[in-house]
Write a protein that binds this ligand. Structure first.
Ligand SMILES: CC(C)(COP(=O)(O)OP(=O)(O)OC[C@H]1O[C@@H](n2cnc3c(N)ncnc32)[C@H](O)[C@@H]1OP(=O)(O)O)[C@@H](O)C(=O)NCCC(=O)NCCS
Length: 200
């Protein structure tokens, strides 16, 4: 477990977190993953890296979540799959009531750090053409649009924009990553950047 500041921790996702992650997903995604997909990913620790961002301590249960075991300490989550030199961001989400407060940036920085730690050279992801907010966040991390997959999203036939990092070891990418870490540091006192995602 990594302490980001007294109230925030970014830690590896556990099976016990899946119900809450799914409940958040149902709120923010048109096509949430089936539970088994998470269990499969969590069982593949060598290639997969899934995290939850958690606020520590006593937290009130927010309104509107149906499941009895909803864990109100979970703010958001993210995941990545590594194949050879490439790390593929498979999912990232922040509880709707807590969006646009800097939490997505922390989770995404954790995934980029994990890509370095896993020895990947590139990071790639898909995003809906309509998802300007997410695209802006990825661009701030130095991601570029490299293509489009026609009708990729089956719920509404929307295209996916494919984004790509270039080499994560390039000075340009590192500079953008550092700038995001500085922003996080300014917003989250006590962040240990080298420890963003390490450990359990
Ligand atoms: C995309 C998402 C993960 C970003 O997390 P977040 O905590 O809301 O974002 P942050 O506050 O960390 O913002 C990071 C940047 O994203 C962009 N952004 C995020 N939310 C935004 C909003 N509501 N309006 C405008 N820009 C926004 C901005 O560029 C922002 O940088 P800024 O703080 O300089 O404005 C989150 O909004 C989310 O869960 N959305 C629904 C699920 C989703 O679309 N996931 C991505 C699939 S590819």
């Amino acid at each position: 477990m990594v302490q980001l500041r007294q109230q925030l921790v970014l830690e590896l996702m556990r099976e016990a977190d899946v119900n809450t992650v799914q409940e958040i997903e149902r709120e923010i995604f048109a096509t949430p993953w089936p539970r088994n997909a998470y269990y499969r990913e969590l069982a593949s620790r060598a290639s997969a890296h899934y995290v939850v961002l958690r606020q520590d301590g006593m937290v009130e249960r927010p309104d509107g979540y149906r499941i009895a075991d909803f864990d109100p300490t979970i703010i958001g989550y993210g995941g990545m799959w590594r194949m050879y030199d490439e790390a593929h961001v498979t999912t990232i989400g922040v509880r709707r009531d807590l969006q646009h407060r800097g939490y997505g940036r922390i989770i995404f920085a954790g995934l980029v750090q994990a890509a370095y730690d896993m020895g990947a050279k590139w990071v790639t992801l898909e995003v809906r053409t309509s998802n300007d907010n997410a695209m802006r966040m990825y661009e701030a991390f130095g991601f570029k649009v490299i293509g489009r997959r026609k009708g990729y999203y089956t719920d509404n036939g929307e295209d996916a924009i494919v984004m790509w990092s270039d080499s994560i070891h390039s000075p340009r990418f590192r500079k953008a990553y550092e700038a995001n870490l500085e922003r996080i540091e300014a917003e989250v006192r006590g962040l240990r950047r080298d420890l963003l995602t390490k450990g359990d």
